[in-house]
Unconditional design. Structure first.
Length: 269
């Protein structure tokens, strides 16, 4: 049995199939972990969702910012952006089933020595605390009144965590950290305007502010690309921008990559 963590797919179905063939994925014994952003900006979001959903418990998927964007589009809370490419999902006969499946994915997954999240974890959060907070957000997404949460989910305030936070502010910080964050201050104030390599003054990459025993597996940061240390496994290698699609076998940290055709220009990030 092997577990492969896979970087941001973003609708790159052909590359995903090539990667799965390259690793020799065995549906009976192996599992695939997806770091989020299954959809958008690539050409085949519908095929990606159908394929991963059909894998059942052989696949673990955490929610990314583009996956949440799909939800808000489907529910009518956000206008279409010019670079959105998931009309195939929105117009599909099984759109509701697929969107409901996305909506009920976890925000974070912890197993063995690994914790997987799409973007990052704040320095104040231990992994058990973060997992508990992720479950709060997921409970809101799975609740009968989940549309109320989607209507109040977006926004960059508050910018930092406080245990006393409640209501939409509390859930918004959780979602922002786990699906949007790249930089934060050492005491956990998030910054959402920079997506490149160098941090703004006073900020650091979120993982440099953390001290935790588990390795965090994440995506979301194609500008920084592949980074593997004892503390992190950063797997967004920018497949949709022309970089490879990456899989990391967690048992021995062996790496497999396949090339991409590239569907977006780097300047359009």
């Amino acid at each position: 049995m092997a577990t492969y963590a896979i970087g941001d797919v973003q609708g790159c179905y052909d590359e995903l199939q090539a990667l799965i063939e390259r690793i020799g994925f065995n549906r009976t014994h192996d599992r695939l972990w997806f770091v989020g952003d299954l959809v958008n900006r690539g050409p085949k979001s519908l095929e990606v969702l159908r394929f991963v959903k059909e894998l059942g418990d052989r696949a673990v998927v955490v929610l990314g910012n583009h996956d949440l964007h799909l939800l808000t589009q489907y529910e009518g809370f956000e206008r279409k952006r010019k670079d959105d490419t998931f009309d195939d999902v929105l117009g599909a006969p099984d759109a509701k089933d697929l969107v409901d499946w996305v909506r009920t994915r976890p925000m974070m997954h912890v197993e063995g020595n690994y914790a997987m999240v799409h973007a990052g974890l704040l320095p104040q959060w231990t992994v058990p605390v973060a997992l508990s907070l992720a479950e709060e957000a997921v409970a809101a997404l799975r609740a009968p009144d989940y549309r109320d949460f989607l209507a109040n989910m977006y926004g960059s305030k508050p910018e930092r965590w406080d245990d006393a936070l409640s209501g939409w502010d509390r859930l918004r910080v959780i979602v922002n950290a786990m699906t949007r964050m790249r930089f934060c201050t050492p005491d956990g104030a998030m910054e959402f305007h920079s997506n490149g390599i160098e941090p703004p003054a006073g900020y650091v990459p979120w993982y440099e502010a953390r001290d935790d025993g588990k390795c965090v597996v994440f995506g979301h940061w194609s500008a920084r690309g592949l980074r593997l240390t004892e503390k992190i496994a950063a797997l967004d290698t920018g497949c949709v921008w022309g970089g490879p699609l990456t899989a990391l076998r967690l048992e021995d940290r062996s790496l497999v990559q396949v090339p991409s055709r590239g569907y977006q220009k780097a300047g359009e990030k």
